[in-house]
Design a binder for this molecule. Structure first.
Ligand code: IVH
Length: 677
C-alpha cells in the first residue's frame, strides 16, 4: 500500500489495468467460486492501491472498475431480485489515525463539533436483504452487485432466527431489513469434522462455509448446515418514526429479529478505539467470527445529511482487525509425538505476522489433511490464526508452485523411539505403538503438572525433560518422591528454586479428585468431564469400579468418555500408578460438604443392589458416606442394611438368609432424610 503513485498518466493507466484484472480475478475466485487464493488483507491491499491511483487520476475511473461496484456478479443458478434501495459496502479503517480521520470528515460534513456513534461487531459472514410485506417475509436476497442479488428466499427460510412473520404492534406495511448471515464456529467445526470423515475437502473458514451453504440449490442442504443471522439495519420502510440507529436496533428486536447484543453508544470518540481493541483481543471467545467493528453515526437525520459516495455511506466505517490470515512458505514439515502417542505433522514456516503475533509453525493435523490439501514442502500457503488458537495451514496457493516442491511422506515409525507407528483404519491419526515411548511419558507428565491438572508451578517441559533424563522420575507418582538432595544435583537448580518446587509438588497433593482425574490424561476426559465424574463418585475407588451404565447416566458423559474411563481402569499399570499416588499422600477423593452434627451412619455398613429409580447407586453411596456410613460390595454378617432396587438378585437372597434388614428405595430415602435432621 505504501507503493508510490505512478508519475505519469500512461504508467498509471497500465497499473490500473493490471490491478483491475487481478481484483476481478480474485473477486471471481472469492465470491463466485468460494475458493480464495489470496488472504483477505492482500486483496484489501490491491483494492486500496487501485483506489489511491484512481483518486490521483480521476480521469482513469471507468464505470466498470472494481471500485465502482460493491460486489461480484451473482453466481448462475438463482434468479435475481432487485433491492428496493441499494446495498452499500463500508469503507475501512485499519488504524486509530484512520478512525480519527473518519471522525473529522463526519464532523466537517455535518458542521458539528460533537456527535454520538453506535459501535457494533462486524460479523464475518454474508450480507442479506429481507423484504417483509404486511409483516410477512416476501423475499431474501444476497447483496450481489449491490443493486440486485440472488434470490435465496427458500434457503433463508431454513434459518430459524429469521422471522417468517413479524410480531408486535408496530409492524409496517413494507419493510426492508439488512443483516449478516453467518455460520457459528461450532457448526463450522462440526461440518468440517463430518467432511473429514466422508473424505470431502475441508472448508477454509466459517464465512466460506456460510456462503456455500446459502448457495445450495436444495434448501434441505442449507438446513443441514445450520446458518444464523444478525440483523443490523433497515433499507426501505414505510411510516416508521425512528430517530437513532440504536432505536432502530431496539425496534428490530421488538419485531422479532435477532440483533447482535454487543452494540454500544459512544459520546466520546476516544473511547471507541479502546472498545475496538478490547474486542480484537476477545474475539476468539465469541461463538462466531468478527473481522472488525462497525462505527455508525447514531442519529438517522445526520446519516441522511451525510449521505453516501458511489460505494460507501459517509456515516459509517469498518474498523478492521489485524489480519488473521496470511501467506507464507512451508520450509519443512516436522513430526511431534503427543501424550496419546499421536504423530502430529507441523509445518515450519517462514515467519509471518498474524493476529498480532509472529507465527513460524502451524499444525497440519494429520496425513489425510496434508493429502487432501496437497500441502508440500516449499509450497506457498495461506495460514490462519485466531487469538490463542494454534495456527493452521488452510490452503495451498497452487499458482505459486514451481515444481520443486517436495510431497511429504508420513513416517511409519515413531521419530522418538523408532517403534512402528500404526494407523487404525477408523481414525486419521497414526500412533506410536510403544506404550513406553519416552515422548508419551514426557507429554503425559507435562499434562499432569499443567495448570488445569495438578497445577505444579516450576515444572515446565524443560525441567521435566531434565528429571526424566537424569532418571529421577519415571512416572507422575515419582514426583512425590523427589528429594532436595537429588534435585540439587541437577544443572540450573538452585536451593531456592528446589525449595519452591518441592513446596508446589507437596501442595498439589491436595488438588482433589477432579484435577487428579483430569491429570491422569484419560482419553476424552477433559476438565469438564473430570469435574462431573469426581463430583458424582466422590472417591477414586468408586470411579474405578463404575460401569459404563453408571457413567453414561451422568450429564455430559457420553459413551465415548464412559468407555474410555472403564478401559483406563482395566490396565494394570494405571491401577498401580493410582495406588502409588495414593500411597504417597495424593488425595484421591473430593471434599463432600460437611454434614451437620454427628455422623448418624457411623459404624454402619450398607450394601446396594438392583436398580434405583430416583438416583444412581453412586449417588446413594455418596449420601451414605456423607452421613458417616460405609458401602460394601457384598453382603455379610457385618452388613447393617441392604438397599434393594428393582431386579435385585443374589445379594437380596443372601440378606434374607442372614436376616439382614432390607430397605426399598422409599425406606432408604426416609432413613436418610430422618438422619439429616
Ligand atoms: S452496516 C450501509 N453493520 O460488512 C452500511 N455491516 O464491509 C452497510 N457487516 O456489506 C453495512 N457486520 O455485509 C454493517 N454490524 C454491521 C455489519 C456489517 C457485518 C458486513 C456487511 C457489509 C460489509 C461491509
Amino acid at each position: 500500500m505504501s507503493e508510490e503513485i505512478p508519475k505519469t498518466i500512461s504508467l498509471a493507466a497500465a497499473a490500473v489495468e493490471e490491478l483491475r484484472q487481478q481484483i476481478n480475478y480474485h473477486n471471481y475466485r472469492y465470491y463466485v467460486l468460494d475458493q480464495p487464493e489470496i488472504a483477505d488483507h492482500d486483496y484489501d491491499a490491491l483494492m486500496q492501491r487501485l483506489i489511491a491511483i484512481e483518486a490521483a487520476y480521476p480521469e482513469l475511473i471507468i464505470p466498470h472498475s472494481p471500485t465502482q461496484r460493491v460486489g461480484a456478479a451473482p453466481a448462475a443458478g438463482f434468479t435475481r431480485i432487485a433491492h428496493l434501495t441499494p446495498m452499500r459496502s463500508l469503507g475501512n479503517a485499519f488504524s486509530a489515525e484512520e478512525l480519527a480521520a473518519f471522525h473529522t470528515r463526519v464532523l466537517n460534513g455535518l458542521g458539528a463539533d460533537h456527535l454520538e456513534y453506535v459501535v457494533e461487531h462486524k460479523i464475518d459472514g454474508l450480507a442479506i436483504n429481507l423484504v417483509y410485506e404486511q409483516g410477512l417475509l416476501k423475499s431474501a436476497a444476497t447483496r450481489g452487485d449491490g443493486v440486485e442479488g440472488e434470490d435465496v428466499t427458500s434457503n433463508i427460510k431454513t434459518i430459524k432466527s429469521v422471522p417468517l412473520r413479524l410480531q408486535g404492534a408496530r409492524v409496517p406495511a413494507l419493510l426492508e431489513v439488512r443483516g449478516e448471515v453467518y455460520m457459528s464456529k461450532a457448526e463450522f467445526n462440526r461440518l468440517n469434522q463430518e467432511r473429514e470423515q466422508n473424505g470431502e475437502p475441508l472448508l477454509a473458514n466459517p464465512r466460506n462455509a456460510a456462503a456455500g451453504s446459502l448457495r445450495q440449490l436444495d434448501p434441505k442442504a442449507t438446513a443441514e448446515r445450520a446458518l444464523d443471522v444478525f440483523i443490523y439495519g433497515i433499507g426501505v420502510h414505510e411510516g416508521l418514526e425512528l430517530e437513532t440507529h440504536a432505536q432502530t436496533l431496539e425496534y428490530l428486536q421488538a419485531l422479532g429479529f435477532k440483533i447482535n447484543p454487543f452494540y454500544r453508544i459512544f459520546q466520546d470518540v476516544e473511547a471507541i478505539g479502546e472498545y475496538c481493541a478490547s474486542w480484537a483481543a476477545k474475539r476468539p471467545e465469541l461463538p462466531y467470527d468478527i473481522d472488525g467493528m462497525v462505527i455508525k453515526v447514531n442519529h438517522l437525520a445526520s446519516q441522511d445529511l451525510l449521505g453516501a459516495t458511489s460505494k460507501d455511506p459517509r456515516w459509517a466505517i469498518a474498523f478492521k482487525f489485524p489480519a488473521e490470515q496470511g501467506v507464507t512458505v512451508v520450509q519443512d514439515i516436522m513430526i511431534s509425538v503427543g501424550r496419546t502417542g499421536t504423530l502430529t505433522p507441523t509445518a515450519l514456516l517462514q515467519p509471518v505476522r498474524l493476529a498480532g503475533s509472529t507465527v513460524s509453525r502451524a499444525t497440519l493435523h494429520n496425513e489425510d489433511y496434508i493429502r487432501q490439501k496437497d500441502i508440500r514442502i516449499g509450497d506457498t500457503v495461506i495460514v490462519h490464526k485466531a487469538g490463542e488458537v494454534i495456527p493452521e495451514v488452510i490452503s495451498v496457493v497452487l499458482e505459486k508452485r514451481s515444481g520443486n516442491e517436495q510431497p511429504f511422506v508420513m513416517p511409519t515409525v515413531c521419530p522418538e523411539c523408532g517403534h512402528e507407528a500404526v494407523r487404525n483404519e477408523a481414525e486419521a491419526a497414526r500412533k506410536c505403538s510403544n506404550p513406553a515411548c519416552p515422548a508419551l511419558i514426557r507429554e503425559g507428565l507435562i499434562h499432569f503438572v499443567s495448570r488445569d491438572a495438578m497445577n505444579i508451578d516450576g515444572l515446565g517441559p524443560a525441567v521435566l525433560t531434565n528429571l526424566l533424563s537424569a532418571g529421577l522420575i519415571r512416572d507422575a507418582a515419582d514426583l512425590y518422591q523427589l528429594t532436595e538432595d537429588r534435585l540439587l544435583e541437577l544443572e540450573r537448580m538452585g536451593k531456592k528454586s528446589v525449595e519452591n518446587l518441592l513446596r508446589s509438588i507437596d501442595n498439589s497433593k491436595q488438588a482433589g479428585l477432579a484435577r487428579l482425574l483430569f491429570a491422569l490424561g484419560i482419553r476424552y476426559v477433559g476438565v469438564k468431564a473430570a469435574g462431573v465424574i469426581a463430583k458424582h463418585f466422590v472417591h477414586m475407588d468408586h470411579i474405578r469400579t463404575a460401569t459404563m451404565e453408571d457413567l453414561v447416566k451422568l450429564d455430559e458423559i457420553g459413551e465415548k468418555i464412559a468407555e474410555s474411563v472403564v478401559a483406563y481402569f482395566t490396565v494394570p499399570a494405571n491401577l498401580e500408578l493410582i495406588e502409588k499416588l495414593q500411597r504417597l499422600g495424593v488425595k484421591t477423593s473430593e471434599d463432600v460438604p460437611a454434614v451437620r452434627g454427628a455422623q448418624p451412619f457411623a459404624g454402619q455398613t450398607f450394601v446396594l443392589t438392583g436398580t434405583l429409580a430416583d438416583m444412581t447407586r453412586q449417588e446413594a453411596a455418596g449420601m451414605i458416606e456423607a452421613l458417616g456410613g460405609k458401602v460394601a460390595g457384598s453382603v455379610s454378617k457385618k452388613t447393617s442394611y441392604v438397599v434393594a432396587g428393582t431386579e435385585a438378585g443374589s445379594k437380596l437372597d443372601k440378606a434374607r438368609q442372614l436376616g439382614i434388614q432390607v430397605l426399598d428405595e422409599a425406606e432408604f430415602k426416609a432413613l436418610v432424610e430422618n438422619s439429616q435432621e
